[in-house]
Design a protein around this ligand. Sequence first.
Ligand SMILES: Nc1ncnc2c1ncn2[C@@H]1O[C@H](COP(=O)(O)OP(=O)(O)OP(=O)(O)O)[C@@H](O)[C@H]1O
Ligand SMILES: N[C@@H](CCO)C(=O)O
Length: 315
Amino acid sequence: MRIGAAHVRVRVPATSANLGPGFDALGLALALHDELEVHVLDAPGVRVDVEGEGAGVVPDDERHLVVRALRTALDAVGAPQPGLHLVCRNRVPHGRGLGSSAAAVVAGVLAARALLADPDALDDDAVLTLATQIEGHPDNAAPALLGGLTLAWTDADDVRAVRLPVHPDVVPVVAVPAQHLSTAKARGVLPSQVPHADAAAQAARAALLVEALGRRPDLLLPATQDLLHQEHRRPVMPRSLALVDALRAAGVAAVVSGAGPTVLALARRTGPGATDADAALAQAVASDADGWRVTALPVDTAGASATVVADVAGR
Ligand SMILES: Nc1ncnc2c1ncn2[C@@H]1O[C@H](COP(=O)(O)OP(=O)(O)OP(=O)(O)O)[C@@H](O)[C@H]1O
Ligand SMILES: N[C@@H](CCO)C(=O)O
């Protein structure tokens, strides 16, 4: 397999996983994007420039997550490892539950595919499977890749995902706190076993959530009730769970976004551009001394994109 491109450009959306009861399965792409430029160099090695989120914090060498994902994908198809210059323009906040690591991994794998002389060597299922192997779970990678609302599952070693409809009245609103929390730490507090009755009830809520998001936004409050992860995570994100509690008591379908600590409200449009969650969130966070950034983020329906800007000379 040869490298066919000299310069590629990739764009990947933020994502919110779980959506309450869809733990490790459901995810929603949001209109906030990381952008990546990859230039192939004549000399070996790597140079990474980062603007925005993670600048001065993430590694600027072979340990950089986008570089690791890109090189893993090239290895998977037996392509050579060229020297690389990456320019990352990051808008997805890191360690907040908005899928920054999945965005980085999907960006790296898609950049690798775009660099190949034969991009068909990696189809979308292979991209999702590779991204999930690196990320550990598919619920952010699937919507990052496909856009919209996705349901992902694993069949032996293969990861699959389908797109599901989202009713136009559903408006996601995120409240992002200043604090970071790694997904590894938030997964570390989960129990290895759960009561059978809770698992059974969760299956009903997850199925109801698909109906509520697609056709019955009036059912979003009961449909977003979770019994398997959020309560266990309360000790590592007490303010987020307190905000979820306050919003749900006010009738807003609020959940922990991904592994937190961001809170996601699935608001219902009540007028042109207005949402009931905007007002409830603004009121709830106004009383919080530490401050949250509250933003309505439309659903990203396009998913990730990758384009070749320049081919290698003489291709
Ligand atoms: N664009 C990026 N470039 C390089 N490294 C990144 C990038 N985005 C995320 N990372 C790495 O991933 C870490 C965050 O991943 P983590 O899985 O803990 O949280 P998250 O993906 O933001 O949230 P969640 O998985 O709950 O949605 C960062 O601290 C950083 O090390
Ligand atoms: N399903 C994952 C999402 C992390 O983004 C978790 O909750 O740990």
